[in-house]
Design a protein around this ligand. Structure first.
Ligand code: SF4
Ligand code: SF4
Length: 302
């Protein structure tokens, strides 16, 4: 199933300390609405079945996003909006946004919450938005961004106490969070496979990874191209047929790192995006892995 993260605008109304989008240049880039409509028509023709509106804060442009959501519904495309909930200051305001989005066909709301968001947006907004989703029959979940430190226990308790549906998401150490201290991680030796949904930026550049991968600027490993020069179909095919991307999807970052010579003891000390960056944002390592993609790496399967 083809899915994509759609960056309508990089603009945000707050400045979270951990924001991965913070080194987007410039930070107020925005598509024109007619252009976004054309791109969505092209995405529908390319059989994209899910669009997640993301980047900065999409609901700064509530009416434009609503129009794009409605268009997606006409094409039968599943839609999600990722938001910081700045708009849900009261239950009445939350209802205004949720009713408008729901009536125009939004499939799901994904709310971002963390101790860093909380410094800019009161956590009551998350409760107002979630309660409005329940009341108006809109599916939602909360993306609880955490560095897994004890400091986040209070945030997690708050979500549980209010009976909200949430999923912890590791903070990505890129953008403003690039300089954060890393907590040691205690986890299993796991595969770290990535589904790798593409991300379309407002500049019309498309990337094969919608998370930290768009920040690998030494190699531009995940940059697929720009819609000024290529069609949506061409860029998606590029993503789906690239051997190294497919190894990331099926073999996982951990096995690739082991193949590349990293010790198991070392591998478990990295978060997956950091390990990915070490390998694929290093021109020499990338050149080696590209050479091996069809030979040694291809046979490095269990
Ligand atoms: S993390 Fe989200 S809400 Fe915070 S500055 Fe970045 S885009 Fe805005
Ligand atoms: S591990 Fe690599 S491909 Fe997966 S989300 Fe992180 S940067 Fe993207």
């Amino acid at each position: 199933m083809r899915k994509i993260a759609f960056g309508y605008s990089t603009r945000c109304n707050v400045k979270c300390e951990h924001c991965v989008a913070a080194d987007a240049v410039p930070d107020n880039l925005k598509m024109e609405l007619p252009q976004a409509r054309e791109i969505i028509a092209e995405m529908a023709a390319a059989h994209i079945q899910g669009i997640s509106f993301t980047a900065g804060e999409p609901l700064i442009y509530l009416d434009e996003i609503t129009e794009l959501v409605k268009l997606c519904q006409e094409y039968g495309i599943y839609t999600r909006v990722v938001t910081n909930c700045f708009w849900a200051k009261t239950p009445a305001l939350a209802d205004k946004y949720i009713v408008q989005l729901k009536e125009n066909g939004l499939s799901q709301l994904r709310m971002s919450f963390s101790r860093w968001h909380q410094k800019n947006i009161t956590r009551q907004n998350i409760v107002n938005a979630a309660q409005s989703c329940r009341k108006n029959g809109l599916d939602y979940f909360i993306s609880f961004v955490t560095d897994f430190s004890e400091q986040d226990d209070a945030c997690e308790d708050y979500l549980r106490e209010h009976g909200l549906r949430f999923f912890p998401e590791p903070v990505i150490f890129a953008g403003r969070a690039g300089s954060f201290d890393r907590q040691p991680i205690l986890t299993d030796y796991q595969a770290n496979c990535c589904p790798m949904n593409p991300y379309l930026a407002p500049s019309l550049d498309m990337y094969a990874c919608c998370d930290a991968g768009s920040h690998f600027t030494s190699t531009n490993f995940f940059h697929l191209g720009n819609l000024e020069d290529s069609t949506v179909e061409q860029l998606l095919q590029k993503s789906e047929t690239n051997s190294l991307y497919n190894h990331i999807r099926t073999m996982g970052i951990t096995a690739i790192a082991s193949f590349a010579g990293y010790k198991a003891r070392e591998i478990i000390q990295y978060r997956k995006c950091e390990l990915c960056e070490k390998m694929f944002n290093s021109p020499d390592m990338l050149a080696m892995l590209q050479l091996e993609a069809h030979s040694g790496l291809k046979s490095w399967y269990r």
